[in-house]
Ligand binder design. Structure first.
Ligand SMILES: C[S@@+](CC[C@H](N)C(=O)[O-])C[C@H]1O[C@@H](n2cnc3c(N)ncnc32)[C@H](O)[C@@H]1O
Length: 216
């Protein structure tokens, strides 16, 4: 891993990924992790630091180029894949010990997100960790754009840099039902609210997220 000052793109892991990682004692049991929408590898850095094999998928080749710089990709223990997950579902031969989707699923149409959840269930080993951080209907962005599906909008939000992006918002219950549709049951499931304000383009943006993790 690069020194902190040499990292490119987003530098810090998601704080709930960090909490989940240590609460679930993942620092003591290295395994194989897949992150969907891995961006610049800011979450995978944490896993790699603790000897995990890391696999990241993202649509953005620019973000993956940052991830490639940030992670130790010379070793066989890191693999970065460019893929549009709104259109494709990846295929892997080996199962994962953890699959994480922090702040990514809302860019995907709901029907494809359910396909992705089915993929996650099929690709996770028994006892493996599933982690999701998503946006709720109370988020500032909700309704700011053209409606294209239930609680889904093509955003008209220059402030957050997401102008023209699809955002699909969920209530907690809908997400837990969708997860149960794919996993039947996620054991020891944690469901948390994460509300925080951020300043973007000089505007206070009230973010409203739900964080869910559990074991297959
Ligand atoms: C808000 S960032 C989150 C990055 C990282 N997971 C984190 O927690 O900091 C969302 C990421 O999802 C990626 N993404 C958006 N749509 C995607 C798609 N259709 N297929 C794959 N990745 C996508 C973006 O390129 C971006 O890197």
């Amino acid at each position: 891993m690069q020194q902190l000052k040499n990292l490119q793109g987003l530098r810090f892991p998601d704080e709930y990924v960090v909490r989940m990682f240590f609460k679930e004692r993942l620092h003591e049991q290295p395994g194989r992790v897949l992150e969907l929408g891995c961006g610049s590898g800011n979450n995978l850095i944490l896993f790699q630091e603790y000897e995990w094999e890391v696999i990241g998928i993202d649509i953005s080749s620019e973000s993956l180029s940052n991830a490639s710089h940030n992670l130790n990709c010379e070793s066989k223990s890191a693999n970065l894949i460019t893929m549009d997950l709104s259109k494709e579902i990846p295929v892997f031969e080996k199962l994962f010990d953890a699959i994480i989707l922090p702040s990514f699923n809302y860019y995907i149409p709901r029907a494809q997100f359910q396909n992705i959840l089915n993929f996650c269930s099929a690709s996770l080993c028994e006892g493996g960790i599933f982690f999701l951080r998503s946006r709720t209907c109370q988020d500032w962005r909700y309704g700011r754009g053209r409606k294209v599906e239930n609680n889904g909008f093509i955003l008209d939000c220059k402030e957050t840099g997401e102008d023209g992006c699809l955002n699909v918002f969920y209530e907690k219950n809908e997400l837990t039902n969708m997860i149960e549709n794919s996993f039947e049951k996620l054991n020891h499931m944690n469901v948390l609210s994460a509300k925080y304000e951020n300043i973007q383009s000089g505007v206070v943006i009230a973010n409203d997220d739900v964080v869910i993790w559990g074991r297959k």
